[in-house]
Design a protein around this ligand. Structure first.
Ligand SMILES: *[C@@H]1O[C@H](CO)[C@@H](O)[C@H](O)[C@H]1NC(C)=O
Ligand SMILES: *[C@@H]1O[C@H](CO)[C@@H](O)[C@H](O)[C@H]1NC(C)=O
Ligand SMILES: *[C@@H]1O[C@H](CO)[C@@H](O)[C@H](O)[C@H]1NC(C)=O
Ligand SMILES: *[C@@H]1O[C@H](CO)[C@@H](O)[C@H](O)[C@H]1NC(C)=O
Ligand SMILES: *[C@@H]1O[C@H](CO)[C@@H](O)[C@H](O)[C@H]1NC(C)=O
Ligand SMILES: *[C@@H]1O[C@H](CO)[C@@H](O)[C@H](O)[C@H]1NC(C)=O
Length: 338
């Protein structure tokens, strides 16, 4: 009985996935066929879940599937656990997501190559964003390749550009420590009328340290939001093929911060005030904006004090988890946009 349901689910998933995808095309990756195998686990879970309720009408289940609200999964996507062991830290998606049939996964190198094949990714922000780029490249490049790019990648306060030929993936890191810098990045896209497939942005730490004025931070975020109004999901598919993520600020461990100035200005009260401005600015998806939050604050807090050397930058494992959160969100979203 269960086996039957699984087979039915697989068949339904094939119908549901392959037919509309082949017709609609998929904007992130050009390698559609291979991508399907990655997308399958999301739809399979949904299908197996639904089939028992629609035993005789599974050809019509595409409608049902398309009406599935993916929000429950998206809202659980930052739920990650960290474990420390003798040689460092590891992480995992929380079991809770499984009981909601979300089935988030750590994607393998091959899955990631399929998913990102042919896409253009832009990451703009401060050193947190740079660490995010390192973790992302770690997933698609070999150790040797990683070593050969380290020096360029870590040039202080500079941009970085790489094309990963094997998968035709283009990645830009744009040094943009303030929200006003991020607004300029958006303005440049508009001027060129070219947009990346995936855009990851984040800012706040520099403003907190050098201006320590949360309301001014709020103002700069609202300008950023305004620059993004053309991309707000008002129409049916106005953000199609343009996926935006907000790389949140990490949890700061005040006593570990490496300068007196930082310890004085970057208090937990100030962090809270900056957080409030982020929510008030409504740039996050859950507040009606365009960015899906990559919740670095929560992730880094869970990884804990031992996971950071300077109270601000965390071990690679935190950014690695963030990258997988983003990739799983991309899988869900591409699926949703059929
Ligand atoms: C990427 O896509 C191209 C063309 O669609 C294909 O030839 C190539 O094999 C793909 N590479 C990977 C690693 O999937
Ligand atoms: C989560 O699941 C794994 C295996 O599926 C299990 O080993 C682990 O104990 C579970 N963790 C919690 C907190 O339930
Ligand atoms: C970012 O913005 C600040 C303040 O608005 C400005 O001084 C700085 O030159 C900008 N940096 C870059 C890289 O655009
Ligand atoms: C816009 O186009 C110019 C010229 O082709 C290029 O140098 C620049 O990097 C582009 N900017 C963006 C944000 O795409
Ligand atoms: C903080 O920023 C706001 C808005 O930009 C400005 O009106 C205010 O004067 C600033 N406060 C200080 C103490 O600089
Ligand atoms: C952080 O994670 C905890 C536990 O998973 C959750 O209850 C809380 O809502 C999260 N915080 C935010 C701001 O999402």
């Amino acid at each position: 009985m269960f086996f039957g349901a699984v087979q039915l689910g697989i068949m339904a998933a094939c119908v549901v996935l392959f037919v509309p995808m082949a017709m609609a095309g998929w904007h992130l990756s050009r390698n559609k066929v291979l991508f399907f195998s990655g997308a399958l686990f999301v739809s399979l879970a949904v299908c197996i879940h639904l089939i028992p309720y629609f035993p005789s009408v599974f050809p019509s289940s595409p409608t049902v599937l398309l009406q599935q609200d993916p929000t429950p999964c998206i809202s659980l996507i930052n739920e990650v656990n960290f474990h420390s062991n003798f040689d460092g830290f590891s992480w995992d998606f929380e079991n809770k997501s499984r009981s909601f049939d979300c089935d988030f996964q750590k994607l393998s190198r091959i899955d990631v190559s399929d998913l990102l094949n042919g896409s253009w990714i832009v990451v703009a922000g401060d050193s947190q964003a740079r660490l995010f780029v390192v973790s992302l490249l770690d997933l698609v490049l070999s150790l040797d390749e990683m070593e050969s790019i380290q020096a360029d990648l870590f040039k202080r306060h500079s941009n970085y550009h790489i094309v990963v030929e094997e998968i035709g993936m283009k990645l830009d890191f744009i040094w943009a420590p303030y929200a006003t810098n991020l607004t300029h990045v958006i303005t440049d896209f508009k001027r060129n009328n070219t947009y990346p497939d995936v855009l990851v942005m984040g800012s706040g730490l520099w403003h907190m340290l050098h201006f320590t004025n949360y309301s001014d931070y709020g103002v700069s975020l609202r300008f950023l939001r305004e620059s993004l109004i053309p991309f707000l999901p008002v129409g049916s598919d106005s953000t199609r093929g343009f996926h935006l993520f907000w790389l949140g600020m990490p949890t700061l461990i005040n006593r570990m911060l490496n300068t007196e100035e930082k310890r004085v200005k970057m208090t937990s009260e100030m962090c809270n005030l900056y957080d409030q401005e982020l929510y008030k600015s409504k740039i996050l998806r859950k507040d009606g904006g365009v960015f899906l939050l990559l919740d670095v604050e929560n992730l880094s807090k869970k990884c804990g004090v031992d996971c950071s050397s300077d109270g601000m930058h965390y071990n690679g494992v935190v950014y690695e988890a963030c990258v997988h959160v983003m990739l799983n969100a991309l899988l869900i979203e591409s699926h949703q946009k059929l």
